[in-house]
Design a protein around this ligand. Structure first.
Ligand code: SAM
Ligand code: SF4
Ligand code: SF4
Length: 404
């Protein structure tokens, strides 16, 4: 999925980005469907956005329920246009996981999985290959000691490396990626991790930064400081030059300003939720993205009573308007037309404000940049205000927020 701006030479860059987004939101075209096949997990990561492993869910979707969604999607859309991503919890703890992937494959869908890698053995790799897995993203959050302490599973690191080796040996999996969630406890190991990635033959390294959600919310022992964010970005940009053979990507993320976003993700910032991306949570709830705060008012439907395709076509309205994440501050912000309220997964619905805003993090730098662009504090007021109604928060279904 790639956000491509339709440039109009008669318009400013900001207007072109803004209008492209408006158009995309309206058109909505499903490109990625996340199946959170379980919220069970065999790890207890300190940062887990889904707070996984803390409870035993009683309402997990059955095999039949999941494949009925796949059938529905195959009937209404072209499987070639849509990729399925299996996530969790830990997807591989499901005994029927490869029966699900087999079914998806036979319907013609490309599929990928995000996994903590602890259950990847010869048998699993054989099934990955048999069911045509396109991509796997294995989480490694530091060198051995840091990773195991952080994920709270002694002995897991070597198993994960063995799993990666087996997948490489199969020579049949197009994308074997490692995802590293950078936080205060592993940032000092980035350089060594880069060496590790090379040693284990990883050509595709996805770096994400810890978000203030789930168990990481308000956790100052994990959340990065503004200087540390810069350190991560500088590291990525340097390594890309030093080692062009390795693709180092910044995942999903946030609005950081046009220059940095273009350098990090190769395009302008956008959050795909609800017009290109949808997800089905482990209890069957139809949701924008598994990482968004799980509030009852954000549930679009449930696969036990609704057809996914109906909901995709007729629901998801909150995601398909330009001021979907907006408040007075965002609407009056000089970066509004490009940032449009940052990411859904860090939007604070209760207080109707972003939990993450690059301008707050780098106040002085953004103000200096505004001055260069001739934007003064007063001139900000001339930007059209389009406030959205505050989302009222009733009781939450679960206390957790999730990260895919
Ligand atoms: C929720 S996990 C599910 C798949 C699998 N259990 C795993 O750990 O890879 C998917 C990804 O989300 C990341 N993640 C979890 N909590 C996060 C947070 N608070 N901020 C950023 N990423 C987070 C994990 O590190 C992992 O790479
Ligand atoms: S990040 Fe993944 S492995 Fe860690 S607790 Fe959450 S779901 Fe489990
Ligand atoms: S205030 Fe922050 S989150 Fe809102 S539009 Fe501006 S930069 Fe984005």
């Amino acid at each position: 999925m790639r956000f491509q701006v339709k440039y109009d030479k008669n318009k400013s860059l900001e207007d072109s980005v803004y209008e492209t987004k408006q158009q995309l939101y309206k058109e909505h075209k499903l490109q990625a469907l996340f199946f959170e096949v379980t919220s069970r997990c065999n790890a207890r990561c300190e940062h887990c956005g889904s707070s996984c492993g803390d409870f035993v869910p009683k309402d997990e979707m059955t095999y039949d329920e999941i494949i009925s969604v796949m059938d529905d999607v195959a009937e209404h859309y072209n499987p070639k246009d849509i990729m399925f991503f299996f996530t969790g919890g830990e997807p591989l703890v499901r005994k029927d996981f490869f029966e699900l992937t087999d079914y998806a494959n036979k319907l013609g869908f490309a599929w990928g999985v995000t996994t903590n890698g602890m259950l990847i053995d010869e048998e699993a790799v054989k099934k990955m290959v048999e069911t045509n897995m396109y991509s796997v993203s294995v989480s490694i959050d530091g060198l051995k000691e840091t990773h195991e302490k952080f994920r709270k599973v002694p002995g897991s690191f070597d198993k994960i490396l063995k799993g990666i080796e087996l997948m490489h040996e199969s020579n049949a999996i197009p994308v074997v990626q490692v995802t590293t969630c950078v936080n205060k406890k592993n940032i000092h190991e980035l350089e060594e991790m880069h060496k590790l990635m090379k040693e284990i033959g990883i050509k595709n390294w996805r770096i994400i930064t810890v978000d203030p959600i789930g168990r990481a919310k308000d956790n100052d022992e994990l959340l990065l400081s503004p200087e540390q964010y810069k350190q991560v970005f500088n590291f990525m940009l340097e390594k890309r030059i030093e080692d062009p053979e390795m693709t180092i990507m910044y995942g999903c993320g946030h609005y950081w300003g046009n220059v940095l976003n273009t350098m990090l993700i190769g395009t302008f910032y956008t959050c795909f939720t609800g017009y290109w991306v949808a997800s089905i949570l482990s209890n069957g709830d139809i949701f924008g993205c598994p990482d968004i705060e799980r509030l009852p008012e954000l549930i679009e439907g449930n696969i036990r009573k609704d057809k996914f395709s109906d909901v995709w076509e007729n629901g998801f309205k909150r995601y398909r308007k330009i001021d979907r994440t907006c408040n007075e501050t965002c609407a009056a912000c000089p970066d509004w037309k490009i940032c449009t309220g940052d990411a859904f997964h860090t939007w604070d619905f209760k207080n109707n404000k972003p939990n993450f805003c690059a301008r707050e993090l780098y106040k002085e730098e953004f103000e200096q940049r505004d001055a260069l662009r001739g934007i003064t504090k007063n001139s900000k007021k001339t930007i059209k205000k389009t406030t959205t109604k505050k989302t009222t928060t009733k009781k939450t279904t679960t206390k957790k927020t999730t990260k895919k």
